[in-house]
Design a protein around this ligand. Structure first.
Ligand code: PLP
Length: 437
């Protein structure tokens, strides 16, 4: 299958090219040229299928023409070494827990899948030239990508993160790994990190010397596999006899996660509608209200993985809806929560229902709670384990929440990072010197 650019000024790419390049040469984002509707039979049987079989069927619809079925199944099964359970919080509100992977956040799915798919394609090349993955993170991408690629042969990973703006636990998850992973601590915010990564892809000299690729949610190999758990969530609700009028509420930053849900929907997943929950970075909500998209600098919040002022996957949403705000509004509604709202939600949900939310999931929960009808079944995506934001959550609940063993392991490691300005010249120099070494 071919992948076209959302800017329509670059030639369509093969899957291997799209995965290696990340961003299209015309700065657009790659989209699959067709979105295959899965057969009725698949949805009739989905309640009896396990996660690996569901995900393999979804993966085959996209990648089946390009990767032999045994190889693809292996990539899917190695990626999904953990479950994504749906848990009832109360009444018709359910939590899709996406934090059971190695770094306790949903990005493990895309990070692990992309590492395996890229390694598959590189392994089949004759030159076997070393590849450098560069990735900007506002918190959780860095750890998911770094851990997903750790020790994968022939691939170096460079993580850029904003100095002082990620939690200690998040930072430890990508600064303690060493080996093929380098962490750059940038004097700036997340948008600066994202700009540096984008500039690197546009720089001719760099691209003549290095084989650069991106593992941000713009990469199709990170973005599309996120559709897997929407199907798996539906299967679980079906088993529970609650699969009518399903509404997904997705805590959103770069809008990769919700866009994967929209793709699942176009593949036939029976969903009624979506809600995009924002923190104070609410350019999407403003777009829904006014029809005008005005990117701006991000503001810092306690749900920091959603601190994005110019969501990259907005281009994909526009592509899916022919740039019509009216069409978008029919399917997706929006909401926005301040840090104070988030704190209140975390406290209230724990007090009433004994369920501990993380600050991102709290936006998702509240988005459902404020918008859901009595005849609907609401699922919010609990995108990270609350212990990843331990200081914030502890101070809200007034008690210490337990740190899972997987996280404790990271905390023992020693932080190693390289500090750098937000100037592209410095970043470029670093990358070039890194290759010489
Ligand atoms: C990345 C992230 C988000 C935002 O997801 P997008 O795909 O960028 O919209 C939400 N919550 C957590 C915990 C994240 O790490």
């Amino acid at each position: 299958m071919k992948y076209y650019s959302t800017n329509h000024k670059a030639a369509p790419a093969t899957l291997a090219e799209a995965v290696k390049k990340g961003l299209a040469p015309d700065k657009g984002l790659y989209m699959p040229e067709k979105i295959v509707r899965l057969p009725e039979e698949f949805f009739r049987n989905i309640g009896e299928m396990d996660f690996h079989d569901i995900a393999t069927a979804v993966a085959t619809a996209f990648f089946g023409e390009d990767i032999p079925s045994d190889d693809l199944k292996k990539i899917v099964c190695d990626t999904l070494s953990f479950d994504t359970p749906v848990v009832n919080v109360h009444d018709n509100i359910w939590s899709l827990e996406l934090f059971h992977g190695p770094t306790l956040a949903f990005k493990d799915v895309g990070g692990r899948f992309m590492a395996r798919m890229l390694s598959y394609f590189i392994g089949r090349e004759e030159s076997r030239k070393k590849v450098t993955v560069i990735v900007a993170t506002s918190g959780d991408t860095g750890s998911a990508v770094a851990n997903g690629f750790l020790g994968v042969d022939g691939i170096d990973v460079v993580v850029l993160y904003p100095e002082g703006k990620v939690s200690e636990i998040q930072e430890k998850q990508f600064t303690t790994l060493g080996r093929t992973i380098t962490a750059l601590e940038i004097a700036g915010n997340f948008d600066d990190c994202q700009r540096l990564v984008k500039s690197a892809f546009m720089d001719e000299e760099l691209n003549g010397t290095l084989t650069l690729t991106s593992a941000n949610s713009i990469n199709v190999a990170r973005f599309l596999p996120q559709a897997f758990y929407y199907f798996n969530a539906y299967a679980q609700l079906k088993r529970a006899g609650k699969a009518g009028n399903v509404v997904f509420c997705v805590p959103s930053g770069n809008f990769g996660n919700i866009t994967a849900g929209l793709i699942a929907w176009k593949m036939g997943l029976p969903v009624k509608r979506f809600i995009a929950a924002n923190n104070r970075n609410d350019v999407f909500l403003e777009y829904l209200q006014t029809g005008i998209y005005t990117p701006r600098a991000s503001v810092q919040t306690i749900a920091n993985a959603m601190d994005v002022g110019d969501p990259s996957n907005f281009a994909r949403v526009m592509d899916l809806y022919g740039s019509s705000a009216e069409a978008v509004r029919k399917d997706i509604s929006g909401c926005r929560y301040t840090d104070e709202d988030i704190r209140e939600t975390i406290a209230a949900v724990y007090e009433k229902y004994g369920y501990v939310l993380d600050p991102h999931g709290a936006c998702g929960y509240q988005g459902l709670s404020d918008n859901i009808g009595p005849d609907e079944t609401g699922i919010f995506l609990e995108t990270a384990h609350p212990a990843k934001f331990k200081d914030t959550v502890d101070s809200i609940l007034g008690r210490e929440i337990a740190i899972p063993a997987k996280l404790q392991e990271f905390m023992k490691g020693e932080k190693k990072s390289v500090r750098m300005s937000a100037d592209f010249g410095d970043f470029k120099k670093y990358l070039l010197e890194m290759t010489i070494k």
